[in-house]
Design a protein. Structure first.
Length: 116
């Protein structure tokens, strides 16, 4: 036989709370510079991989021996659930448009970012 406390808990209503998220504080991993981004996915998540292509004078150090492959350092892989991707893409597009308007110029032709 269930006691009165259990019966009370079953009848509690779930309140819906709307919260505004506001990132605060310093980044946990600090700030880093990247100049290459690669995007891929599997059935469960998207991976946004941020890398650093070395300056021209350092490229020879990163070419895989006996090949034409430049192995670049991965700075971080960010895993993003599919439910966030549409909003993430819209936020990137919106910020790029604001950047272009603020700087009163578009990126030069042929310099649009590419993904792999």
């Amino acid at each position: 036989m269930a006691d009165k406390t259990e019966e009370k808990d079953k009848t509690k209503k779930i309140e819906e709370i709307t919260l505004e998220l506001s990132p605060a504080g310093e980044p946990r991993m600090g700030r880093v510079y990247v100049n290459y981004v690669q995007v891929s996915h599997n059935p469960y998540e998207f991976t946004v991989r941020f890398c650093l292509v070395p300056p021209g004078s350092d490229i020879k150090k990163f070419v895989k021996e006996g090949t034409n492959t430049l192995e670049i350092p991965i700075i971080i892989d960010v895993m993003v659930p599919p439910v966030l991707m549409s909003g993430f893409i819209k936020a990137l597009q919106s910020n790029l448009e604001k950047f272009r308007k603020k700087s009163e110029k578009s990126l030069p032709a042929g310099t649009e970012p590419t993904t792999h």
